[in-house]
Design a protein around this ligand. Structure first.
Ligand code: GDD
Ligand code: MG
Length: 386
């Protein structure tokens, strides 16, 4: 069997971080997100499930390893953005995971369906078997064997996994009957249609490829509604933990859950000391000054310098950042190689892109700052600084 992972979204909501790196490579807990899907996320999911849902252990597999386990021999990564960054990772992946991984590179973003048309030949292995399609920014458990079984049992053309959420309007909403047959698929509905949403994990028959033209097109808006209208779209409820970590708020929540799982395992990776509060990751190359108070839910990347008297909570500080004396940062993401001036106060989902420099004593309340900017006056309310 084959699989395609939709890697290459422009990642508009994680901007400005994704202006420098494609979304799956944005560091999450000091590691690119996509690597978590194959290893660390597994333990995250495992711990959370044990706690919340008590599902069976063998369901808890990372995306690519889980695919391999159900007989997938080749994974196609569909990318459209800064492919050279992605390509560097590819070789490592193949060696680490022991599965053939190739890139299908778009010259323009083809959306969530166009990449399937582009990789058409690679998705059809001649056996007529269905293939998997996964969004790359979701973490969950991956009950692929069940998915295959369900797919074969209903005889339709496509199966999507669905999960329940509180805020369905941010997702693709699925209206289905008790057997799982989908009546309607509505992407990002303006009015309430239901609370079961598309989890971004699909098993599709090769015939679905005949429905997709090679052009920028959305599987959610242009393909699924038509398969549903033909009564050939089915949905399977995904048991347990699921999260799209493509949005800043979810990114911070995801970090908290991940660090909590390290705590449950009594992981030696978690920082200790009188200056640490709760769950904190500090890269071994990072330097922390005197009198800092760090945590809870903080990840500090390699090469960072945190000067004395700094206060950090619920935030991610990416590689090469310098935080100057007595700065205070909470609920924010500080992008690669940025600096935060002394006595600055950064809070409320502030996101600094790569190489942003915040002057001394600045206040940022939810500012989203594009790469390579200097911030010399305070940002008093959430806004984008171009
Ligand atoms: N190769 C490629 N090219 N991949 C793309 C492109 C593109 O032009 N555009 C988006 N993607 C990838 C993204 O990287 C992501 O992995 C996936 O396709 C979905 O795109 P997002 O931009 O993350 O969409 P979303 O989160 O708003 O909505 C999607 O995911 C939800 C679940 O998290 C939809 O599938 C919803 O229906 C779903 O509920
Ligand atoms: Mg997403």
């Amino acid at each position: 069997m084959r699989a395609l992972i939709l890697v290459g979204g422009f990642g508009t909501r994680l901007r400005p971080l994704t202006l420098s790196f494609p979304k799956p490579l944005v560091d999450f807990a000091n590691k690119p997100m996509i690597l978590h899907q194959s290893c660390a996320a597994r333990s995250l999911v495992h711990e959370i499930l044990i706690k919340l849902i008590c599902l069976t252990y063998n369901l808890l597999l990372g995306q690519i390893e889980a695919l391999k386990d159900v007989g997938v021999t080749e994974v196609v990564l569909a990318i459209n953005y800064r492919p050279e960054v992605m390509l560097n990772f590819l070789k490592d992946f193949e060696d680490k995971l022991g599965i053939k991984i190739t890139c299908s590179q778009e010259t323009e973003p083809l959306g969530t369906a166009g990449p399937l048309a582009l990789a058409r030949d690679r998705l059809m292995d001649g056996s007529g078997e269905p293939f998997f399609v996964l969004n790359s920014d979701v973490i969950s458990e991956y009950p692929f064997a069940e998915l295959i079984q369900f797919h074969k049992s209903h005889g339709g053309e496509a199966t999507i996994m669905v999960t329940k959420v509180d805020e369905p309007s941010k997702y693709g909403v699925v209206v289905m009957d008790e057997s799982g047959k989908v009546d309607r698929f509505v992407e990002k509905p303006k009015v309430f249609v239901g609370n079961k949403i598309n989890a971004g994990i699909y098993l599709l028959n090769p015939s679905v490829l005949d429905r997709i033209e090679l052009r920028p097109t959305s599987i959610e808006k242009e393909v699924f509604p038509k398969i549903a209208a033909d009564q050939k779209l089915h949905a399977m409820v995904l048991p347990g933990f699921w999260m799209d970590i493509g949005q800043p708020k979810d990114y911070i929540t995801g970090l908290r859950l991940y660090l909590e799982s390290l705590r449950k395992k009594a992981s030696p990776k978690l920082a200790t000391g009188s200056h640490i509060v709760g769950n904190v990751l500090v890269h071994e190359n990072a330097v922390i000054g005197e009198g800092c108070l760090i945590g809870p839910d903080v990840a500090i990347g390699p090469g960072c310098v945190i000067e004395s008297g700094v206060r950090l909570s619920r935030c991610t500080v990416m590689r090469g950042v310098r935080i100057k004396k007595h700065a205070c940062i909470s609920s924010s993401i500080i992008g690669w190689h940025s600096t935060v001036g002394q006595w600055a106060r950064i809070e409320n989902m502030t996101i600094l892109g790569e190489d942003v420099h915040v002057s001394d004593e600045i206040y940022s309340n939810g500012g989203v700052v594009l790469p390579h900017k200097e911030i010399k006056s305070s940002i008093l309310k959430p806004e984008i600084v171009m």
